[in-house]
Design a protein around this ligand. Sequence first.
Ligand SMILES: [Zn+2]
Length: 157
Amino acid sequence: MHCPFCRNPDSRVIDSRSIDDGAAIRRRRSCPECGKRFTTQENVLLMVAKRSGVTEPFSREKIIAGVRRACQGRPVDEDALAKLGQRVEEALRASGSAEIPSHEVGLAILGPLSELDEVAYLRFASVYRGFESLDDFAREIEILRQGGSSGEPAGSR
Ligand SMILES: [Zn+2]
């Protein structure tokens, strides 16, 4: 790995240790050229499997961008969006799986979003879960009033 200070193409590992109960490895590196030290971290890349079968690395930014769209005109600030992104990522990582179907990523967003903003939640759910009629909205609003999100695709009930 190249040195982030002088761009020297080589660096030396001087210490490695396991962190987060073995979920990641942190390495202390030293540059033989400028002598500066820096730290790198190695962890399993969380992958998202799309319906098409293509997999891509999980992107917290992508999650936040999608939720931000649903939150347009709503009193939701960037800080709250960042926290939601973090919650979703933590929930997905906690599943212990290295590859997650994209619809499960959507499900992981619905819960925290319903707590953040009910209107944004309904917008997101209507697209994500394919609401087709006013009845779908009415049912979902009823569930929200009872204090929760169903977290299931509309067609599965
Ligand atoms: Zn250097």
